[in-house]
Design a protein around this ligand. Sequence first.
Ligand code: NAD
Length: 396
Amino acid sequence: MIIQPKTRGFICTTAHPEGCAKQVQQQIDYVKAHKKLSGPVNVLVVGASTGYGLASRITAAFGAGANTIGVFFDKPAEGARTASAGWYNSAALEQAAAEQGLKSFSIVGDAFSDSIKTKTIDLIKKEFGTVDLVVYSVASPRRTHPVTGETFSSVIKPVGSAYTNKTMNFHSGEVSTVTIEPATEDEVRQTIAVMGGEDWGMWIDQLQEAGALADGATTVAYSYIGPEVTHPIYKDGTIGQAKNDLEKTAIALNEKLNVTGGRAFVSVNKALVTQSSSAIPVVPLYISALYRVMKEKELHENCIQQMYRLFSEHLYNGGVAAADGSHLIRIDDWEMREDVQTEVMKRWSNIETANVPELADLAGYQDDFFNLFGFRTEGVDYEADSEPAVDIPNLV
Ligand code: NAD
């Protein structure tokens, strides 16, 4: 069938298999064109099918020649409905890994559940023995607790008081003012339960208890801080509270792993267009202005450039992981550079619908958004018939 994008707000309900495959190949080509990484060897990526998790898996597999297991929550095609983008991405990744002779497996299911953890650990023990890197890159709106059975929902809201700022409809480029009411205490609690560190901690504990974690293993999860203008909705908001909890988990895990020479970090990454970030109010306008400034200064990076830098400058190749023994790795350093932020904020104060094309990179934002679903990819014939039912090789 001919697959076209069908968008509803910040969601696209279709995905293009060839477009997704091409983009995975572009990421693979990027890491292969760079210096080989000194590690890792055997890797588990939880949340591995899109965004930062996918780029982490590609960097490990094709930058270091690592064996990888990817855990993710994606749907196959059904009838006239296409699979989700993460499904097509993972199919392409598995295919490329097999061609390269790498051991590579995919597990589709709820990473928050005990059954998926057990299935993954069994697979690690059977195929790898142990893993020496665990990347935790889950971004989810919901989590069912494996012990209590309670289902939590995360919200993106300020904490304490209402927040008013500019926001943008990234399809039309229309800038408007949005006011977001503060979260209730229970919403904060639930957001921490979904996006905080508890599940990451459970993964590491269960891997360790099962003897599936190599001595000296590294684990990393991802966070965002960003500029003051977004603090009320991000850093100081519900999601920021969850990220504080993630940082506390990193400190606790670091202590546990240190006993066998291991380490745990939170890597603070750059703001990028992903399925998760496009759902946050205000952020798409900030990202558009940021893209414009970073592109003008030739500092722009996407997920794969960020992840290659994380692995090559911090985690491997003799890099210093985090400054002063901190648990935080800052690969948002270019985004947060003073000259970049000064220019973005200058634009922010003047930005309105009429001058968006001049002050921000709306076209770049839109391209990245459609790219997430395999659309607007160079070299793909979108008028051609496409088979939506694609198998993921090595799906366990
Ligand atoms: P994303 O939406 O692209 O990826 C999320 C991944 O989680 C997907 O692979 C999805 O399948 C998986 N997932 C979701 N629910 C799952 C479940 N129940 N079980 C198994 N897998 C599940 O998100 P992203 O933007 O790459 O975010 C990853 C991490 O990076 C998050 O912690 C996010 O806060 C952080 N981060 C994002 C940005 C940004 O700008 N996008 C910046 C800094 C940090």
